[in-house]
Design a protein around this ligand. Sequence first.
Ligand code: SF4
Length: 439
Amino acid sequence: APAQPPAQHLFSDAAEIEALRGNLLAWYDRCKRDLPWRTLAASEPDVDRRAYAVWVSEIMLQQTQVATVIDYYNRWMQKLPTLQALAEASLEEVNELWAGLGYYSRGKRLQEAARKVVSELAGRMPRTAEDLQKLLPGVGRYTAGAIASISYGQATGVVDGNVIRVLCRLRCIGADSSSPAVIDRLWDMANTLVDRSRPGDFNQALMELGATVCVPKAPLCEQCPVKQHCRARHRRLLGTCLPVPDVEDCCKQPGWGDSCCGSGYGPMVTVALVFAGVGGCPFCPPATEPWDSSLGVTNFPRKAAKKQPRVAWTATCVLERRGRCGAPEYLIVQRPSSGLLAGLWEFPSLPLALGLQEEKQREVLADHLQAWTGRPVAAGGLRYVGEVIHIFSHIHQTYVVYSLPMDGDVTLNPALSPSRWVTEEEFHASAVSTAMKKV
Ligand code: SF4
């Protein structure tokens, strides 16, 4: 059985939980940001439309900042206001509405799931977090909890990056916050804390707190509505975590050295905790990286070191011709329907072997372009424009950009991926990635 954290890392006092809920909700009512999906969730009487509105926002907000999402969300809901509208749209329309938001498979998967609701569930969204997660592709535990609590009022918690940070600080959890043991405990905690009468508002309040007050680098602890419940803050101020009623589990003396917990774990348990932190506790910071007083509350949460992104190089060529009205036109081609940036459009591009000399780059790119243009392309005719770097979540991508003016008509080979000539304006309205816009 998984080890139960010591009381130091839990919420177990009913009066404290009640007080925390009240403080957080009162703050949320006063300070919450006015966001279009919140307005829709509060005003839409139809439960399926409401759930759809929340669902779209949650998918867009995964990995993307609120400020960026707002315009995309408004445009999307204007064009595709219902599940049915999304199910009937073409993938091209979906990609165009999503272009620039990143992580493009999200839009495609959202549409696949909407089609499933329409065709297999008679247009009716599953009504619980459990069913949402079970029945809808691409809907994980977090999204299901968010939809169910906000749209249906189901008393179920949510755990996202903001919630992880807030909870780890509230309860001095310094073990690797991406480890399954810690994540499981945080879900338990979120489910314990969630307000039974206003679960959607409570979940949004906890996330809002993480986004606006309990921020990663310089949290605004003095303005925090739950500061009196925060053990990390207490530790910063007094050199020890807040005492808890169970003397076995709490810090026994101020200035307990580097340990957050006392000796709640006996020797038998300690032996089993391979990755145990200071004092044998699996939820304290690891013994090798104890509390650092210069970091204060930002000692929490802790994460295992991130994997370095893969380095990739791509040659890309902007082929330009005079269009029918004299305005310049550019050739764009469609990427394959799976993998990175699936189905999006780009200038003809070619992955390069690392360390390939410029002369060689030109040669392979010229060969590649020949296939698109159906005529010989001289490597020397390619003009080097510069390099564009774009960071995907797991790839450090450098585009080596060339340009090539074309005369006369170029017949595009229909046997290759779809391709077309576009004006600059059409290019920006097409489903092209942010990386290509930079190019
Ligand atoms: Fe976060 Fe500070 Fe509030 Fe604690 S007191 S929850 S660290 S903002």
